[in-house]
Design a protein around this ligand. Sequence first.
Ligand SMILES: *[C@@H]1O[C@H](CO)[C@@H](O)[C@H](O)[C@H]1NC(C)=O
Ligand SMILES: *[C@@H]1O[C@H](CO)[C@@H](O)[C@H](O)[C@H]1NC(C)=O
Length: 487
Amino acid sequence: MPLTPLKAVFILALHAASSFASPVPHPKPNPLSIPGSLIPDISRIIQVPGFNELLSTLAPPLPILRVPTPPVKSPPFTASSLKPKKLGYFWTGPGNIAYADFLAVYSLDDDTFGTFITLVDVPTSGNEPHHLNVAKDGKTLVGTGLLSLLKLQDVEYFFDISNPYRPKFRNSGRAVLSSIGDEIVAKPDGGFFITHMGSAGGTNLGRLTEWNAQGKLIGEFPSALDIPGTLNIVKDQFSPHGLSIDFDKNIILTSDFVVPLSTLKPSLGIQKADTLRLWNLSSRTIIRTITIPGGGGIQDVKFIPGNKDSAAIATAVDLGQVWIIYPFKKNADGTQGVAELLYDLGPRAKGVVAIYSDFSANGRFLYLSLTTANHIAVLDLKNLKKPVRLDNPNEQQPVIGVHSLRVTPDQKNLVALGYFVRQGDIGLINTPADYKVHYVDILPNGALSFNRTIPFETEFANRGGGRPHFSVIADLTDPKKPKFNSY
Ligand SMILES: *[C@@H]1O[C@H](CO)[C@@H](O)[C@H](O)[C@H]1NC(C)=O
Ligand SMILES: *[C@@H]1O[C@H](CO)[C@@H](O)[C@H](O)[C@H]1NC(C)=O
């Protein structure tokens, strides 16, 4: 394996770590959106004379940085006084990236479906809004930015939804060692775990980050002083995108997707990973690397709700396959964590850039978005030995570039978004999209029936269209017990 400059820096960090015994000081997060240096000063943590100088000379060439201009505010709009029971929150980038990124709120009730309720801008633009999730108490949303680092700005954007009909932007933050915000899992006691697919400069060596309920960074893992962990991530590409946590069994799975910088020009080709990491939740340390041979980007991983073996599914994008991971089973060589092929989604599913997933709350039905195949596959996992495919693999579905999937809290609909990533001239990822919210009916047998949509291209035409990457769905049918999507 070649010794890339960033690896060299981290090997150096290892030497620093071995002569520095005190626990990792938790780096203080930056206050609100003050552009700092792209690669932060970590000489406080890694105490080697000349470390920052070394970092400067070894840093790889970066893609085009964007001038961190302030955003143009969203054009004036009228908020609706409707108070629907079912709401969709959509973390959205404008087609014209000079405008602020925003969170849009829509009614998903049958009688007012698709009515615009309101939107709220964040104080920055060009983040490429990415994943979105809700805190356990249902009062906070956090959205991540895939490309925030190109404008040297914050990656995590927190919203207060204590009034669900009038979300407010609350604060933002960023990590120190890592960037490129991806999947988000809420912690039972408030706060979030969030994968960062890249280093602070967007190269290999991302981190699993942890945030408290106030949106302050708690830590990044493996920590700079976790020597076995650092050796682990230096050995095999560590670009964590997928994230799933079994809080009862005390384990985490992260899945490695692609090196973010390798998707931006200049690029020698996208560097895809074929690994997952199994973690000890309470110590935030890696137990083992699990490999899916030839996986070609393991975009997503999710524990199967209610599975007695704590099994998880993982999506291998180049292979177009779904694998099953048994975290507590042992391999023939005694190592923990077994990976087996669960289902091959067939020729149309191979190399589709992204395969994301969601489960029905009971773990029986698995929905899979095959982005460039413009298709959502459905597996009935009643018998894990014999998954039954419920969609017709050759059907032309009315979706383009589908990615994010959310089963609604009442299990009656699947919210699928027709947008993945369009990096434009600066990058290699420009998947076709219809920019629609697809509100798909789930039939009693778990299969899908395409029905209603909300067209963000026309809804936000006054800023070049809207690109909804991710949703959170709220069901306020019982106002005392609001329900949200299940992960
Ligand atoms: C996880 O970490 C905790 C705390 O360090 C430790 O007590 C426990 O034995 C670890 N569990 C496993 C499975 O390694
Ligand atoms: C679409 O959804 C509405 C509301 O649930 C329903 O009345 C209608 O029958 C559905 N149409 C189709 C074609 O499934």
